[in-house]
Design a protein around this ligand. Structure first.
Ligand SMILES: NC(=O)c1ccc[n+]([C@@H]2O[C@H](COP(=O)([O-])OP(=O)(O)OC[C@H]3O[C@@H](n4cnc5c(N)ncnc54)[C@H](OP(=O)(O)O)[C@@H]3O)[C@@H](O)[C@H]2O)c1
Length: 325
C-alpha cells in the first residue's frame, strides 16, 4: 500500500507518498481501507519532528479516518468486512490502510457521507470528553471557545449550542459570520478586542462557565480572568506556549478549576470509553443535523503538503480533508 512517510522532519515537502508494507490486524484490531483522513494541528508538529507517535502507533501521520472495514483480527466482535466506518487513530490515517483497535471505530452517522465522516472522530472525541465529560457544560451556561474557526472550535460551537449553552468564540474577523451560522452568539476579534472585557460584557459581568482553550500559556491569566465563579478552564492546546504563572488566589476566589488533557496518548481503554460516549451522546445530534462536519476543503491525499500549508496559514475554517479514490 501507499502511506505518507516523513523521511526527514521539516516543512510541508517533508511529506513523501511512498510504498510501505500493508498493516495486519492484531488481536482486537480491524484494518480499515481508508477513503479519507483529515489534517489536525498535531500532524504539523509530527511532520516537524516535535510530536512523535506514541509507542505501538503507526509511523505515518493522521489521527482519524473514514473508510471500509477490510479485515478483522482475532477477538473482535460487532464489526463486519465491508462496513462503512470512521475511526479515532493514534496515527496512520494518511495511508491506504490502517489497523485500528476496534474500540476506536464508530459507525458513519446517518446523513453524513463517507468522506465527510473523516472530519468527525478527533474533534468529536476531544470536544465531548473535555467540554461535556470533564467540564460538565450544562444547559444555560456560557461556553467560551478560543480559536472558534479551528476544526476543534467549529465542532465545539455546534455541540455547545446543541446542548443549550450560549457560545462565545474568539477568531479573526473574517471567520465571524461562519461561526455565527454555526451557532455562536458572540464572536470576538482577538486581534482587535480584549476578550476578557468582551466576555464580561456579553455575560453581564459574570464571565464564562466553561472555557475550551487552545492557546495555553499566552492566554492562561486572561482565561482565568474571564471565568465565572465556579468556572472550568480546560486547556487542550499550547499554541501560545507551555509555561505561565497561575494566580491561585484568583482561582480560589472564584472557586474555579484549570485542567489540561491530551487524547492521543491515553490508554486504549480510556479512548474506547470516550468513543463509546461519543457514539451514545454525540452521534444522535449529528444524525439529527444539530452538529455537522465542517469541511473547508478536500484535497487528494498525495497532496497533503498543500493541505498542511493551508492549515499552517490558518486561512481555513473547520477541517481540511485528504481523500483517496
Ligand atoms: N489535547 C488534545 O487532546 C487535542 C486534540 C485535538 C486538538 N488539540 C489542539 O487543539 C487546537 C486546535 O486544533 P485543530 O487541529 O482544530 O486546529 P486548526 O484547525 O489548525 O486551527 C488552529 C486555530 O488557531 C487559531 N488561533 C491562532 N492564534 C489564535 C489566538 N491568539 N487566539 C485565538 N485563536 C487563535 C486560528 O484561528 P484564527 O484564524 O482566528 O487566528 C485557527 O483557527 C490545536 O492547538 C491542537 O493541538 C488538542
Amino acid at each position: 500500500m501507499h502511506a505518507m512517510t516523513i523521511p526527514e522532519p521539516g516543512g510541508p515537502d517533508a511529506l513523501v507518498w511512498a510504498e510501505v508494507p500493508d498493516p495486519e490486524p492484531g488481536p482486537g484490531e480491524v484494518v480499515v481501507h481508508v477513503r479519507a483522513s483529515a489534517v489536525n494541528r498535531a500532524d504539523l508538529l509530527q511532520r516537524q519532528g516535535h510530536y512523535p507517535p506514541p509507542p505501538g502507533a503507526p509511523a505515518y501521520p493522521g489521527l482519524e479516518c473514514s473508510g471500509v472495514v477490510g479485515a478483522i483480527g482475532p477477538d473482535v466482535t460487532g464489526w463486519a468486512v465491508g462496513q462503512e466506518v470512521c475511526a479515532l487513530l493514534a496515527g496512520g490515517g494518511y495511508a491506504e490502510r490502517v489497523a485500528v483497535p476496534a474500540g476506536q471505530l464508530l459507525p458513519v452517522p446517518a446523513g453524513v457521507d463517507l468522506v465527510e465522516a473523516a472530519a468527525l472522530p478527533e474533534v468529536a472525541c476531544t470536544v465531548w470528553s473535555n467540554v461535556v465529560r470533564l467540564a460538565g457544560l450544562a444547559k444555560g451556561e456560557t461556553l467560551l471557545v478560543q480559536g472558534g474557526g479551528s476544526g476543534i472550535g467549529t465542532f465545539a460551537v455546534q455541540l455547545g449550542t446543541a446542548l443549550g449553552a450560549t457560545v462565545v468564540v474568539t477568531a479573526r474577523a473574517a471567520k465571524h459570520e461562519r461561526l455565527r451560522e454555526l451557532g455562536a452568539t458572540h464572536a470576538i476579534d482577538y486581534r482587535e478586542q480584549d476578550f476578557v472585557e468582551e466576555v464580561r460584557r456579553v455575560t453581564d459581568g459574570r464571565g464564562a462557565d466553561v472555557i475550551l482553550d487552545i492557546m495555553g500559556a499566552s492566554y492562561l491569566a486572561r482565561n482565568v480572568a474571564a471565568l465565572a465563579t465556579g468556572g472550568r478552564l480546560v486547556v487542550i492546546g499550547m499554541q501560545g506556549g507551555r509555561k505561565a504563572e497561575l494566580d491561585l488566589g484568583a482561582l480560589l476566589a472564584k472557586r474555579a478549576s484549570v485542567a489540561a488533557t491530551a487524547l492521543r496518548s491515553r490508554p486504549l481503554a480510556e479512548k474506547a470509553a470516550i468513543v463509546a460516549g461519543v457514539r451514545d451522546q454525540v452521534w444522535p445530534l449529528v444524525a439529527a443535523g444539530a452538529v455537522r462536519p465542517v469541511v473547508d476543503r478536500r484535497l487528494p491525499m498525495p497532496e497533503a503538503a498543500e493541505a498542511h500549508r493551508l492549515v499552517e496559514s490558518n486561512d481555513h475554517v473547520g477541517k481540511v480533508l485528504l481523500t483517496l479514490g
